[in-house]
Design a protein around this ligand. Structure first.
Ligand code: NDP
Length: 479
């Protein structure tokens, strides 16, 4: 059985307490590695290493930090296939998806922030006899806590800007998907990242994550995960005045108007619903369809969903892999049961799947489409985070907006219409941090990324995240 270790002070470290967690392959349900269940002693050790490294790392020129990050990206490219395979084994997603989405994007994250830092500038305000300028300096030691759905993609999305800005990082990947973060540490060593600059501490959220959030010398927390965990972290961290960035859950609408490009809207609504088994915070899980095309759209949508193949992530042509854990699989199945109890009609799917062969015991669920539920029911209000979507009708722009905005979440919406003015009206009326018009998951890393309402606080991406990972000082000079 593979043994994953913490990466602290540039070295592999066993957990001080010798406590371990099992790590299973979702497609088979079998445990295949173990990882440290680190305690606050391990986090203390990581903080000591980061403290030692900070003066050296923060005083390096941006060109030098950029060069080291680009060397890490280069190592990632050399290990592309191994990273993609590990990500699929650990998370359950189709290998093809790891190859076209997760790993390319993880590399892009590192390259993007390695070069963005070269262009980061601050403002100055001149007046008669006086000039003010803004200085951005690294914060010090920061904590990065990431979830299991896009493991290396979201891990690098946080640590790359933190490191580029000159901070030292204590990072914790999800206990469910620790593998690629561990491989990443090895690539950092090869690329010459100095010891202590990045420290990866594995373990459960409740123990290791909590120790990071609690630590008095960790001055900022960048967290991506569920809204309930985010609430808890905010309540613990706020009294210590740590900087907080919280990227949380969603219940995103795909809004289909009758003047859409029909074929494209069907294709993208399916993609947005079921990519990565529906385990992307940006997935459109509530599909709102204009009354005049409801039947036609529903039939075309269901027809396409029925063509999706579920099974071994390592087999060619598989569209939907395994759900990340047994408990998550049970949770998603319980929501399908709830939808039935709430009066929903299952149009397709609705069952677990047991593929023949090595994946018989894996955690698979058929892509599931449900109609006939109103917006207020739990199925339409709570984040399911699996291959389950609902269809609802609307008959006016106002109704579409009311339905779309009618949950506690506000992460991402996608709108399908060929009417330019309507598209802009919708974009302004929707209470979401991201609105995609006639597209989905089209990302430009320079743009602000984050949610409104209970989907989070703060924005990642672009220069926004460099500002988050820095202290801002105004200097006023009279001459
Ligand atoms: P969780 O909130 O359960 O966990 C996220 C991370 O936080 C994990 O590393 C977890 O560790 C850790 N954690 C859990 N409890 C604590 C705690 N008390 N203190 C500190 N850290 C803790 O989310 P999931 O991993 O289940 O991820 C799915 C959620 O993430 C969904 O709600 C999804 O919408 C959201 N998400 C949001 C995104 C966004 O950009 N807004 C992007 C992607 C996902 P461990 O796993 O070891 O318990």
């Amino acid at each position: 059985m593979k043994e994953l270790l913490n990466y602290i002070a540039g070295e592999w470290q066993k957990p001080i307490s010798d406590m371990w967690l099992d790590n299973a392959e979702p497609a088979t349900g079998k445990v295949y590695s173990r990882l440290p269940d680190s305690t606050n002693e391990d986090v203390d050790m990581a903080v000591e290493a980061a403290k030692k490294a900070f003066p050296m790392w923060s005083s390096k020129s941006v060109e030098e930090r950029s060069r080291i990050l680009l060397a890490i990206a280069h190592e990632m490219k050399s290990s592309f296939d191994a990273l993609a395979e590990a990500e699929s084994r650990d998370q359950g997603k189709p290998l093809q998806l790891s190859k076209v989405m997760d790993i390319p994007r993880a590399i892009q994250n590192i390259e993007f922030f390695a070069t963005e830092i070269l262009h980061f500038a601050s403002e100055s305000h001149a007046a008669k006899g006086v000039v003010n300028y803004t200085a951005h300096s690294p914060i010090g030691i920061v904590g990065c806590i990431s979830p299991w759905n896009l493991p290396l993609y979201l891990f690098t999305w946080k640590i790359a800007p933190a490191l580029a800005m000159g901070n030292c990082v204590i990072a914790k990947p999800s206990e469910l998907t620790p593998l690629t973060a561990t491989m990443f540490a090895e690539l950092c060593m090869k690329a010459g990242l100095p010891p202590g600059v990045l420290n990866i501490v594995h373990g459960s959220g409740k123990q290791t994550g909590a120790a990071i959030v609690d630590h008095p010398e960790i001055k900022a927390i960048s967290f991506t995960g569920g809204t309930v965990t985010g609430e808890h972290i905010a309540s613990v961290a706020a009294p210590t005045f740590k900087k907080l960035s919280l990227e949380l859950g969603g219940k995103n609408p795909s809004i289909i108007f009758d003047d859409c490009d029909f074929e494209e809207a069907v294709h993208q609504a399916v993609r947005s619903a079921f990519t990565n088994q529906g385990e992307i915070c940006l997935c459109g899980s509530r599909i709102l369809i204009e009354n005049s095309i409801y039947d036609q759209f529903r039939d075309a949508f269901v027809n396409k969903v029925k063509q999706l193949t579920v099974g071994d992530p390592f087999e060619d042509g598989i569209n939907v892999g395994a759900l990340v854990s047994k408990s998550h699989w049970e949770k998603v199945l319980s929501y399908i049961q709830l939808a039935k109890e709430e009066g929903g009609t299952i149009l397709c799917g609705g069952n677990s799947v047991s593929p023949k062969g090595r994946c018989e015991q894996g955690w698979f669920i058929e892509p599931t489409v449900i109609e006939g539920l109103d917006n207020a029911c739990r199925t339409n209000q709570e984040e399911i985070f699996g291959p389950v979507v609902t269809l609802q009708r609307f008959s006016s722009e106002e109704e579409a907006i009311a339905l779309a905005n009618g949950t506690r979440y506000g992460l991402a919406a996608n709108v399908w219409t060929q009417h330019l003015a309507k598209a802009h009206r919708m974009a302004h009326a929707l209470d979401f941090g991201i609105v995609w018009i006639n597209c989905w998951l089209l990302r430009d890393l320079r743009t602000p990324f984050g949610g409104m309402k209970d989907s989070g606080v703060g924005r990642e991406g672009g220069f926004e995240v460099l500002r988050f990972f820095s202290e801002t000082k105004n200097v006023c000079v009279k001459f």
